[in-house]
Design a protein around this ligand. Structure first.
Ligand code: ZN
Length: 100
């Protein structure tokens, strides 16, 4: 039986590889979320909609110096579960020594 993955935001649809482990969540660059990586969610059939939504999470401490004000994409499920894809800020180090 085929498994299907679908984005709740843009409707992107993909048929799961039958050899893919069940605990893998595929990502796609979601046009509805500005091209940020977002999960595709399990649906029972191609015409079914996921019972969840992906939302952008802004950096709470953003002061204009980080590479992006976006910290993560969170998946909020209708049953209250929440998953998060985090975009860590790369560390910057002064070549003369010490953190910037
Ligand atoms: Zn999408």
């Amino acid at each position: 039986m085929a498994r299907w993955w679908k984005c709740p935001n843009c409707g992107a649809l993909d048929e799961a590889d039958p050899n893919c482990p069940a605990d893998v969540t595929p990502l796609h660059l979601c046009p509805a979320l500005g091209g940020h990586p977002a999960p595709l969610l399990d649906v029972p059939a191609p015409d079914a909609d996921p019972k969840a939504r992906n939302v952008i999470v802004m950096r709470a401490d953003y002061q204009g110096t980080a590479s992006s004000p976006i910290a993560a994409v969170a998946t909020e499920y209708a049953d209250g579960r929440r998953g998060v894809v985090i975009f860590p800020e790369p560390a910057a180090v002064d070549a003369r020594g010490g953190a910037i």
